[in-house]
Design a protein around this ligand. Structure first.
Ligand SMILES: *[C@@H]1O[C@H](CO)[C@@H](O)[C@H](O)[C@H]1NC(C)=O
Ligand SMILES: *[C@@H]1O[C@H](CO)[C@@H](O)[C@H](O)[C@H]1NC(C)=O
Ligand SMILES: *[C@@H]1O[C@H](CO)[C@@H](O)[C@H](O)[C@H]1NC(C)=O
Ligand SMILES: *[C@@H]1O[C@H](CO)[C@@H](O)[C@H](O)[C@H]1NC(C)=O
Ligand SMILES: *[C@@H]1O[C@H](CO)[C@@H](O)[C@H](O)[C@H]1NC(C)=O
Length: 639
């Protein structure tokens, strides 16, 4: 479509000239994006003034993004000739940068549509084109109708509900702003943790008070009632003494302020369970002003960080330094994208950058906030990164989850292992929310509600198991349904990756549940999760100066990550590289004997028994729990 500029001068109390773009179709317009309803908290105010000049931003389509899956397989499939040949950040940047054809096509279209050259700018990263243009011209250019909306906080935002592009331009553009995205920055969160942003903390759940163990701290007789580091070591035969000291990196936790560990609690835990760790703390990497705050203390602020760090430190021991990524300030905190920006400078403005609907925008203008530059490519990622936070897929827009999931794949190409806990509400989402047919989430919804990033095919999702009542550490575990139910199921967004096809198809062929197809994604083409699991029941944790017993996949994730970090240690000591993205290896036939298969229990939720465990992979416990000596042996045999 060619668009021509006409200059019209109207006489309304003086002469004012308006420039507008006139559309003469040469390639038909097609719809590029639309939204069906405005997000909660917003309402329509008025039609914006036609002459308002807006900066239209065009996020250009990246190159090779369709080959990402194949590229990741190439470096992470155990039978690939390029196994372990990870990419440099520069290679990532070059491979996915928009092509010059894309840049030229979009720029030429804007110029030929009458936008003057001095109003068109390509950003220095060459991933965006910006055009300063009047509202009226934007409406013609995009066949859109803009409106001004107001948020309950008082913030105003210009948006449309759909927009269109010429068919030959659409393939070169990801998104345009402002458009259907309600990506306005909304200030301060009302109180710690509660905000307009979707809640992503998976607070481990408190159980009964622990029994005092006293002298018998290495005792494993009581592991069915309470888990200690000695129980985990016994369950998974996990004994390993790091040897590659200094050259291995383990970013065990990503914590989101105001969540924080306390030194006193770490020491209290160390005194009882690992005395060689007294006075030992993680190395802090602060992202977007992240601090280990000590203003607000107590279970709700300290349990997640204390749990993650007490167990990771106890399992890897004092020789392996642990990196703590602490994300966000005390006012607006942060999200996964704020963290990913810090690890990969090419992600900060990739496909239009972060979305303020879900992510925090820095500098934070609040007087108590972090007013420094946003953390963008500030640190080299650790080899293994474990996160015990998560959303429900339905909390986030499809474009948002797709963009972030692709980033995990890129970090996998660089050799980073991402471990995420799979969720604590079985087939329901955080807060026991289930889906309704219209896509909304309520506690009385009946449709299974998968988690994110647990369903992203490029991370390793970890579920929870428990020891059966009265059983011991050498007996087979069951899926965790006590206090919490392990998260698992099938994505509504991501397709089944090739590495798990055989395992998941086996489950669907032999053990497919007979639930009606409208309460779960029974298509057989969707990503199944979790990938593996580890005990998540009744961990003894030091918090607020005492010991508590807590349960959750929040516990399972760091345990698996600790084992993976030690496998990296052994590989690095024998001159090999880190294990990188592990799923193609986990599901490969040579690793099938490296797990303890879980065949009892399920993951109840949404008023159902959820999925039941079965021989082989299942959507409650994945492939099973790790058998550390076997995993180590098999990974040492890989190049
Ligand atoms: C920690 O150690 C103290 C001193 O030995 C003991 O009294 C207490 O029971 C222990 N706590 C736990 C949870 O094991
Ligand atoms: C795990 O440890 C138990 C007890 O120490 C031992 O009997 C068993 O052989 C070990 N398994 C493996 C796979 O090393
Ligand atoms: C923390 O412990 C103190 C006693 O040491 C207690 O008064 C307080 O209620 C606890 N706070 C929380 C949030 O658990
Ligand atoms: C579900 O719960 C909501 C409140 O959370 C209520 O308004 C609604 O009527 C309930 N729906 C049904 C079908 O029970
Ligand atoms: C089921 O999953 C597939 C692939 O992830 C997706 O394309 C489809 O829309 C999902 N179905 C529903 C009902 O969400």
């Amino acid at each position: 479509m060619a668009i021509f500029v006409t200059r019209v001068c109207v006489l309304i109390a003086g002469l004012s000239c308006l420039t507008f773009l006139e559309a003469r179709p040469s390639s038909p317009y097609i719809q590029h994006e639309k939204r069906s309803h405005i997000p909660p908290g917003w309402s329509h105010l008025r039609k914006p003034d036609a002459s308002t000049v807006i900066p239209l931003r065009f996020a250009l389509k990246q190159s090779n993004i369709d080959k990402l899956d194949q590229m990741l397989q190439d470096v992470s499939h155990p039978e690939s000739a390029n196994y372990g040949q990870y990419w440099s950040p520069a290679q990532i940047r070059q491979t996915f940068a928009p092509s010059s054809t894309t840049v030229d096509t979009v720029r030429d279209w804007l110029l030929s549509s009458g936008v003057s050259a001095h109003n068109v700018r390509l950003t220095s990263s060459k991933t965006w084109i910006e055009a300063k243009i009047s509202m009226e011209d934007a409406e013609r250019l995009l066949q859109a109708e803009y409106q001004t909306y107001g948020h309950e906080t008082g913030k105003e935002h210009i948006a449309c509900t759909s927009y269109h592009l010429p068919a030959h331009i659409s393939p070169h553009i990801d998104v345009i702003t402002p458009s259907i995205h309600f990506d306005a920055t909304l200030g301060r969160r009302d109180s710690f943790g509660s905000s307009h942003l979707p809640q992503m903390l998976r607070q481990p759940r408190l159980g009964t008070r622990p029994k005092m163990i006293g002298e018998a701290q290495s005792d494993v007789d009581d592991c069915a009632t309470q888990i200690t580091p000695a129980c985990l070591k016994a369950l998974y035969n996990f004994t390993y003494n790091p040897v590659s000291s200094g050259s291995n990196t383990f970013g065990i936790v990503v914590e989101y302020t105001p969540q924080a560990y306390t030194k006193a609690d770490l020491n209290l835990f160390a005194r009882n369970f690992s005395s060689n760790l007294i006075g030992k703390y993680p190395k802090l990497v602060s992202v977007d002003g992240g601090i280990v705050q000590s203003e607000a203390l107590g279970f709700q602020y300290n349990i997640e960080s204390n749990l993650d760090l007490e167990y990771a430190q106890a399992l890897v021991g004092p020789k392996q330094e642990i990196t703590l990524y602490q994300v966000g300030d005390m006012v607006i905190s942060g999200s996964f994208n704020n963290f990913l920006d810090a690890l990969d400078g090419s992600y900060c403005d990739y496909e239009g950058g972060d979305d303020p609907t879900y992510d925090s925008s820095y500098p934070d203008t609040d007087p108590d906030g972090y007013n420094g530059a946003p953390s963008c490519g500030i640190t080299k990622p650790a080899n293994v990164i474990s996160t015990s936070y998560g959303y429900n897929e339905a909390d986030l827009s499809p474009a948002y989850t797709a963009r972030q999931c692709a980033e995990y794949a890129k970090l996998g190409l660089m050799g980073v292992t991402f471990v995420f806990s799979s969720g604590d509400s079985g087939v329901a989402g955080n807060g026991n929310l289930c889906l309704n047919p219209d896509g909304s989430q309520t506690v009385n919804g009946t449709i299974f509600n998968p988690g994110f990033p647990a369903t992203c095919p490029y991370i390793t999702s970890v579920g929870a198991t428990q020891i059966k009542d009265g059983a011991g550490v050498t007996d087979p575990e069951i899926s965790c349904e006590e206090t919490i139910a392990t998260g698992g199921g099938f994505s509504n967004r991501f397709e089944m990756p090739s590495y798990q096809q055989q395992a998941v198809n086996n489950y669907l062929a032999k053990y497919k549940p007979d639930y009606s197809a409208d309460i779960w994604n029974s298509t057989g083409i969707s990503r199944g999760y979790p990938d593996i699991s580890a005990n998540g029941a009744s961990y003894v944790v030091a918090v607020n100066g005492t010991f508590a017993r807590v349960s959750g996949t929040s516990a399972s994730g760091p345990v698996v990550a600790s084992m993976l970090a030690m496998i990296n240690d052994a590989r690095i000591a024998s001159g090999k590289g880190p294990i990188g993205f592990i799923n193609p290896v986990l599901y490969s036939s040579s690793f099938s004997s490296a797990f303890n298969d879980i065949t009892t229990g399920g993951n109840l939720g949404c008023g159902t028994a959820g999925f039941t465990t079965a021989p082989g992979w299942d959507p409650a416990t994945g492939l099973g729990t790790p058998n550390f000596p076997k995993l180590l042996e098999k990974w040492l045999a890989l190049p």
